[in-house]
Design a protein around this ligand. Structure first.
Ligand SMILES: Nc1ncnc2c1ncn2[C@@H]1O[C@H](COP(=O)(O)OP(=O)(O)OP(=O)(O)O)[C@@H](O)[C@H]1O
Length: 240
């Protein structure tokens, strides 16, 4: 293996020469020559609204395909997978916590936490206890009362839904958790508490965390801060 291959294997995320343009947007949104996140690293990403943070997360998750370039996630080149295989890879290896929590409203909180286990046997195979027991353990760690777990997600408060989404992202120890403004609806105390729990669970499982937020009070808890414009060279290349 050459050095480049070694680095890609050792990285949770390795991006090279990535470009992406939204159809009809009339310009490139992302031009990222090189960006790497090590396995187990916790990265806080920030940047102005509309600068492309969520777009970059969708590319890393394999939900969007780049116009050019290479995205390797946990050693897997996403372009080498069919769309179906990419869906399976994502379900097995990537947990998400979004701004809008994307819970299934009519499922109970417990069933929402268990969803990744229904879509991925890899997630189940990494569990040391039965999936419902692990879901309850995560819920307890995230300060969700046991009584809430049998309630439909639609009946939970925003803060409770955020914690259900975090438990769902973490179940079955995915190698990478991607969080897009996961604390935006919480008050300052709850934000810190939520972050404590998310970081502790990621540490315990050796999970890499890529966390996007506008809230710089949260950034000091992270090993590395990345401003998107420092890695996104849109508009910087010489005309050519
Ligand atoms: N589905 C879409 N179709 C077309 N353009 C889009 C789409 N989603 C985002 N964009 C455009 O891509 C650019 C980057 O958007 P993106 O949501 O990635 O920014 P962001 O940095 O995450 O913003 P915010 O901090 O407000 O969440 C914006 O100009 C936006 O209008």
């Amino acid at each position: 293996m050459d050095d480049d291959t070694n680095t890609r294997e050792a990285s949770a995320i390795a991006i090279a020469d990535l470009t992406f343009a939204w159809p009809g947007a009339g310009g490139v949104c992302l031009d990222v020559p090189d960006f790497k996140v090590s396995r187990g690293e916790r990265v806080f990403m920030h940047g102005p609204s509309g600068s492309g943070k969520s777009t970059l997360l969708s590319l890393v998750a394999g939900v969007l395909e780049p116009g050019a370039g290479r995205i390797v996630v946990l050693g897997q080149d996403l372009a080498a997978l069919s769309a179906r295989a990419r869906d399976r890879y994502r379900a097995a290896n990537i947990g998400f916590v979004f701004q809008m929590f994307n819970l299934v409203p009519y499922l109970t909180a417990l069933d929402n936490i268990l969803l990744p286990c229904r879509f991925s046997c890899e997630r189940v195979s990494r569990l040391e206890v039965p999936a419902p027991a692990e879901a309850r353990r995560l819920a307890e760690r995230l300060d969700l009362e046991a009584g809430l777990l049998d309630r439909p997600a639609s009946e939970l408060s925003v803060g409770q839904q955020q914690r259900v989404a975090a438990a769902r992202a973490l179940i079955g120890r995915p190698g990478l958790v991607i969080a897009d403004e996961p604390t935006s609806a919480l008050d300052a105390d709850r934000q810190q508490r939520f972050l404590d729990l998310l970081l502790a669970e990621c540490d315990a499982a050796g999970t890499t965390l890529l966390f996007v937020s506008h809230d710089h009070r949260l950034s000091r808890r992270f090993e590395r801060l990345v401003e998107l414009r420092d890695i996104n060279h849109v508009g910087r290349r010489a005309p050519g």
